[in-house]
Design a protein around this ligand. Structure first.
Ligand code: SF4
Ligand code: MG
Length: 337
């Protein structure tokens, strides 16, 4: 089955600053030649530190950020440069749920209008009664009810606000939902309730999720497949269990080493503390982008960008330690996977 979403060689760049002539002072590469496939009815987790480009990638796949090059294919349609008129019928089929339900929901709107808003573009001819019916159904699916219709978002707790945001994403019966740190701001018990809700909705409505988060333990729990992003590029991908149990890239290992092992029978991990901050995407390091923080950096890492090589157990990683380019591994053609 073809994936519902395919990203090929996607680059997104932003202008930074303006000179006296109004021209950008520099261009920042937020997403650098990324390829990623998201199979139908599955969850692909996208992890990395803040500043790695994951949110920009999430926005670009929904056409909320413009691609400079590469391609985004949604359900077989190349949407990379689709005009507004031809994009309109696809809009209801893809939504985003943001991290902060406090700022993503206008406090001066009633819940009914907040949840109904995406219907306006999906089905402008719908009657008020039809719209209300769809809104009440969406609210019921997230554990709220018609009793909440005329209240304001500010009257709700963080968890309930995120339920309203999910109802808003659900009301047009989408195929793809991008969850951008959708549970990161919630306390632990609310977080697990919202994750359970997202899993129930996935099963009931056949949803596909691109689940963006900085917390690898959380992503492992919800994902079928995990992609790890660093400074605009994916450095490793694979089945969630494989990436978590047997990470192939030093960056993934460092992310994992920060997660405490709760089960004493599990193999313990050596804590790897990375030096410094993620470098500025305005001046990324040559060769391997991770080399300024990698405990294993070698001479070749500054000169040659590591190729993607297959990882035992599925997926791939891009690190000279794992071979490729004259090393022990076999270079992988990502476009063929
Ligand atoms: Fe570290 Fe070199 Fe591998 Fe990059 S290619 S992750 S610098 S060992
Ligand atoms: Mg972000």
């Amino acid at each position: 089955m073809t994936p519902i979403l395919e990203v090929e060689d996607l680059t997104v760049r932003f202008p930074v600053g303006r000179n006296v002539f109004g021209r950008p002072r520099a261009m920042l590469t937020a997403v650098d030649r990324v390829s990623l496939a998201v199979p139908r009815h599955q969850t692909v987790g996208l992890v990395g530190e803040s500043g790695s480009g994951k949110s920009t990638l999430g926005r670009a796949v929904l056409r909320l950020a413009a691609a400079e090059s590469g391609r985004v294919t949604f359900d077989g349609v190349d949407i990379t440069h689709l005009g507004a008129r031809r994009l309109r019928p696809l809009r209801p089929r893809m939504h985003m749920v943001f991290q902060d339900p406090y700022s993503s929901l206008d406090p001066s709107w009633e819940v009914e209008d907040l949840v109904a808003e995406p219907l306006g573009t999906a089905d402008p001819s719908a009657s008020r009664a039809e719209r209300r019916k769809a809104v009440v159904e969406a609210l019921e699916h997230v554990g709220l009810s018609s009793a909440h219709l005329n209240r304001y978002a500010q009257q709700f707790s963080g968890g309930q606000r995120q339920r309203i945001a999910i109802a808003r994403a659900l009301v047009t019966r989408p195929d793809l939902v991008v969850c951008d740190e959708a549970v990161s701001a919630l306390d632990v018990s609310t977080r697990s309730q919202i994750i359970n809700l997202l899993e129930d909705l996935q099963r009931d409505f056949g949803l596909t999720y691109l689940f963006i988060a900085h917390d690898l333990a959380l992503v492992r729990h919800v994902s079928d497949w995990i992609a790890v992003m660093y400074l605009g590029s994916i450095v490793e991908e694979g089945p969630a269990e494989r990436v978590y149990e047997d990470p192939a890239h030093p960056y993934t290992r460092s992310l994992l080493s920060a997660i405490p092992r709760l089960d004493p029978s599990e193999r313990s991990r050596e804590r790897i503390v990375l030096a410094g901050e993620i470098p500025s995407p305005l001046a990324p390091p040559s060769g391997c982008r991770f080399r300024t923080r990698c405990p294993h950096a070698m001479e070749i890492c500054a000169e040659v960008a590591p190729p993607a090589v297959p990882a035992p157990g599925g997926g791939w990683s891009a690190c000279h330690l794992n071979g490729g380019d004259g090393g022990v591994g076999v270079a992988l053609d990502k476009s063929g996977t």
